[in-house]
Design a protein around this ligand. Structure first.
Ligand SMILES: NC(=O)c1ccc[n+]([C@@H]2O[C@H](COP(=O)([O-])OP(=O)(O)OC[C@H]3O[C@@H](n4cnc5c(N)ncnc54)[C@H](OP(=O)(O)O)[C@@H]3O)[C@@H](O)[C@H]2O)c1
Length: 216
């Protein structure tokens, strides 16, 4: 039987809103952690799905089992500082990407953004996921005509049980979860993101493509 989870979103813009919407429609209990309940992104998310709960950040994170972080990378420290005490032991899904000038890695490829997120909240169980594509694929990841082959969602993290939980959410959302290893592997995922953006948005392929895994 499916486990209904209490899921909180910090950030409900292009990335957070569609993921929150799909998860709520999968009957999870979804709460928006809102600094300002009247902000345009919170109001737009509520127009899309009036069933979201909206709570102040600390309260929203306290009651969650899984927290999605979908804020601009530069806002991560501020967004996490006010809720860090409530994140102890909780799964934090890092959907953020450090993107630098001219589509370079925002941390000069010296360290992954996910490890920086982990350093802000050492007691959380960070899993990098939902980063390697543009938001259009979080709105709609249905690619007909490939039989049972599902689009791949590559995830990374240091906590195996946390990754299992995130993998289950990926499957429910129609992805094939692919565990690529420890959180340090996020650096490679962040480079995959840059490749996807280059191909989709700079070279003109458009957003309607994803990666898949074929394995013998
Ligand atoms: N866009 C994409 O295609 C894509 C794909 C994969 C990953 N990503 C990554 O996902 C993250 C979010 O991208 P996005 O395009 O969804 O951004 P976005 O549309 O600008 O949404 C950002 C969200 O973060 C909230 N926020 C901003 N500063 C905050 C703070 N200090 N504390 C709490 N919440 C804060 C905003 O709330 P307010 O409205 O209240 O300001 C808004 O809900 C980024 O790190 C990006 O690199 C983006």
């Amino acid at each position: 039987m499916k486990k209904v989870m209490k899921i909180t979103f910090i950030g409900v813009g292009n990335v957070g809103a569609p993921l929150a919407d799909h998860l709520q429609k999968l009957e999870h209990s979804v709460t928006i952690a809102a600094r300002n309940p009247n902000s345009p992104s919170v109001q737009a998310a509520l127009s899309r799905n009036a069933s979201f709960k909206v709570e102040p950040p600390l309260e929203a994170v306290k009651s969650a089992e899984v927290v999605f972080l979908a804020t601009p990378f530069t806002a991560n420290e501020a967004a996490l500082s006010e809720v860090s005490s409530a994140l102890e032991g909780k799964i934090l899904v890092d959907c953020t990407n450090p993107v630098g000038a001219n589509l370079t890695h925002g941390l000069k490829s010296e360290r992954s953004g996910a490890e920086v997120v982990q350093s802000f909240v050492p007691a959380a169980r960070v899993v990098k996921a939902f980063t390697i594509y543009g938001f259009e694929n979080f709105e709609d990841n249905i690619y007909p005509g490939y039989g049972d082959l599902k689009p791949a969602m590559l995830i990374a993290g240091n906590d195996g049980i946390a990754k299992q939980t995130v993998s289950t959410l990926c499957q429910e959302l129609g992805w094939e979860p692919v565990d690529v290893g420890n959180l340090s592997m996020s650096l490679h995922l962040e480079h995959m993101t840059l490749l996807w953006i280059q191909m989709a948005r700079v070279q003109g392929l458009g957003s309607g493509f994803v990666w898949a895994r074929l394995q013998k």
